[in-house]
Write a protein that binds this ligand. Structure first.
Ligand SMILES: O=C(O)CCC(=O)/C=C/C=C(\O)C(=O)O
Length: 287
């Protein structure tokens, strides 16, 4: 498959996983046929999915010969819904392990966005032999910020949107999601709203989850030194969801990490600065 044939519908797949306490149907997109596999893990916003988060980033990797798998985490998009009362980072890591076993894939590189970054770090700690390189963007660990009161304004708007999924609340969240809002079209808002409203069970279960455990994403700082994978940390300087000093904490703790900070960039570096992001990712993965 070349990138010409990369549509959501053409790459959409389902799999049943039974892994640990999980017995779930998961949805994923399977793109390209390379031997080397890159998994992309999306963030936790309402209506997020692998395809919604990474649609600007798949084609360059497929054209470079990678197989790219976009996992919809449990509780998002077309995957089964779930109430998570413990660590969602670990739950997603377990789901990814189940997916890789079902697809008979031994080792992957992971690109994680926000919650996807937290989940990638959980995967690195639990299944180190299954991981090649790690790219963490706007996420990687929960925990407090030195400079920004928690929850951040972005997370407050995100949770408000889960509780009241209206177009006005969606726009209020997206308004501080990116640095430059001029690229946010009515079409994008509508697609995101449709995704959200298609699965009210996901919205309700997310609210039940944070009520049962407000700290869905644990602080992995004390364990970062255990991760030997080469890691590229990418952050937006104006990230109003997960503040950039979280990125500094990651590079302070991860022994093989480097950091790139995009200026004029919010929480979605892979989308706002897609061309440069894609070049950096390819360079990092191939050298
Ligand atoms: O609470 C956290 O630390 C993670 C927040 C998060 O994952 C937000 C992500 C939002 C998106 O990437 C999205 O909605 O697309």
């Amino acid at each position: 498959m070349t990138s010409q044939h990369l549509t959501e519908a053409a790459t959409s797949r389902f799999v049943r996983i039974r892994e640990g306490e999980l017995d779930l149907q998961l949805h994923y997109n399977d793109c390209g046929q390379g031997e080397r596999v890159v998994v992309m893990l999306h963030g936790s916003g309402p209506g997020a999915s692998g395809w919604a988060n990474f649609n600007r980033n798949v084609a360059p990797l497929v054209d470079a010969g990678f197989r790219v798998i976009l996992l919809d985490c449990p509780g998002w998009s077309k995957s089964d819904s779930i109430v998570c009362e413990g660590s969602r980072s670990d739950l997603n890591a377990t789901a990814l392990k189940g997916l890789l076993d079902a697809l008979d894939i031994e080792r992957v590189d992971i690109i994680g966005n926000s919650m996807g970054g937290h989940s990638a770090v959980a995967f690195a700690l639990r299944y180190p032999a299954r991981l090649g390189k790690l790219i963490l963007m706007g996420g990687g660990t929960g925990g407090a910020s030195l400079f920004t009161p928690m929850p951040t304004e972005g997370i407050k708007r995100l949770q408000g949107l889960y509780r009241a999924p209206t177009i006005d609340n969606l726009k209020a969240m997206m308004d501080i999601f990116v640095y430059d809002t001029s690229d946010l079209t009515e079409e994008l808002f509508q697609a995101r709203l449709d995704n959200m409203l298609a699965r009210r069970d996901h919205l309700e279960n997310f609210v039940k989850s944070i009520e049962a455990n407000p700290r869905q994403f644990p602080d992995f700082s004390p364990r970062l030194g255990e991760i030997t994978a080469e890691t590229l940390v990418i952050w937006g300087r104006q990230d109003r969801f997960v503040p950039m000093d979280t990125g500094l904490r990651l590079v302070a703790g991860l022994p093989n990490a480097e950091l790139h900070l995009f200026n004029r960039c919010g929480h979605w570096a892979q989308w706002e600065h897609a061309d440069k992001f894609n070049r950096m990712v390819l360079d990092f993965l191939t050298h």
